[in-house]
Design a protein around this ligand. Structure first.
Ligand code: COA
Length: 341
């Protein structure tokens, strides 16, 4: 029986400096601040400027997470880097090895995870599995995105929703006897349904519809989303997955101090809270400031909630996400005594 537990021991986040308000978008798209705010809850988002890559944001967030964990960047700081992203620096190779190298972490295993908006929770599960298997003692887990690079500039629906950013945590092996201590990852649930693959997709550029000959239409390289169907799926999957974790842990809804859901849409987050019987005031919301940052969404929400004093040591936290694939997942943890960077 594995006697190792896994704890979150550091948290860092980074947003690129260019803030895009609803008013900025209204100037070039047929939309209004009223529509965006009432349909999504989003008021602004950040976009990386030309030449800034997902890896650049990931390095900043990774550096900050190491600092928050009291670690110096350098060989031996961590034994693993897992990077969740939908917008890697290149189709090949993965971005994680470059991020590990730029953080001077030595020749550690490093790989990307592609689970779209659920990516960060998939990455937490992968990294904690490495630790449980004895393959790593400490892992840097990053969610980083530059959706601004894949949005169709003429698609008003996706332009108003998505933002860029990066968040990262350090996970560490701790003795298994500390079964209810601060920062412990207590349970996880992951799932997928590939029959819904076309609801969120970039049609071209992969092996099914190649970027070379015959060249696809330019707009087939952009991100597309069937908003209404995604909305329903997101509410149902996040609610069911969260409930699975609550049931397994024996937690009732009122034992959850904070629900930190993927920041897709305030109406989705409120519906998930209602479905679980958790008061909406206990759902962390920061999408008004950053929009939907996909794989970066949950660590950015954690960073905001920690910074404003909502997340206090020992708080029972339920993370839940849904994304393209379709994919979904939930993770329960107790909040650690850390200072996010
Ligand atoms: N500004 C103004 N009008 C817009 C608009 C915009 N930015 N985007 C879409 N519209 C229009 C549509 O064209 C449609 O017009 P029509 O009725 O004339 O056809 C109308 O608004 C209503 O569109 P609809 O799709 O029914 O709106 P909605 O209430 O479902 O909200 C989303 C649209 C995208 C906000 C919503 O479906 C959503 O949030 N879906 C989930 C998205 C998401 O979270 N994705 C990531 C999950 S991981």
């Amino acid at each position: 029986m594995d006697n190792t537990a896994v704890a979150l021991v550091g948290l860092g986040s980074y947003l690129p400096p260019q803030r895009i308000t609803n008013e900025t978008l209204c100037a070039r798209l047929d939309t209004t601040d009223e529509w965006i705010t009432s349909r999504t809850g989003i008021r602004s988002r950040y976009w990386a400027g030309p030449g800034v890559s997902t890896g650049d944001l990931a390095v900043e967030a990774g550096h900050r997470a190491l600092k928050s964990a009291g670690l110096e960047a350098g060989a031996g700081a961590v034994d693993l880097v897992v990077l969740a992203t939908t917008t890697p620096d290149n189709p090949c190779p993965a971005t994680a090895p470059d991020v590990a190298s730029r953080l001077d972490l030595g020749h550690v295993p490093a790989y990307d995870i592609a689970a779209v908006c659920s990516g960060f929770l998939y990455a937490l599960a992968a990294a904690s599995s490495h630790i449980h298997a004895g393959l790593a003692r400490r892992a840097l887990v990053i969610g980083a995105e530059t959706y601004s690079t894949i949005l169709n500039p003429t698609d008003r629906t996706t332009n108003v929703i998505f933002g860029d950013g990066a968040g990262a945590v350090v996970l560490s092996a701790v003795p298994g006897e500390e079964t209810d201590g601060n920062g412990l990852l207590l349970d996880m649930d992951l799932g997928s349904d590939g029959s819904g693959r076309n609801l969120i997709t970039i049609p071209a550029g992969g092996s099914r519809q190649r970027a070379t000959t015959p060249a696809p239409a330019a707009d087939e390289h952009y991100f597309t989303m069937q908003g209404k169907q995604v909305f329903t799926q997101a509410v149902n999957r996040m609610t069911e997955s969260s409930q699975t974790v609550l049931d397994r842990l024996g937690w009732s809804a009122d034992q959850v101090d904070w629900l930190v859901g993927h920041q897709a849409n305030v109406r989705i987050l409120n519906a998930v809270a209602r479905g679980l019987g958790i008061p909406e005031e206990r759902a962390v919301i920061n999408l008004d400031k950053v929009g939907n940052t996909s794989a970066a969404s949950i660590p950015l929400a954690l960073a905001d909630a920690a910074a404003d004093g909502s997340l206090t040591p020992g708080a029972r936290v339920l993370l839940t996400a849904f994304g393209g694939g379709l994919t979904w997942g939930s993770v329960a943890l107790t909040w650690p005594d850390i200072i996010p960077a």
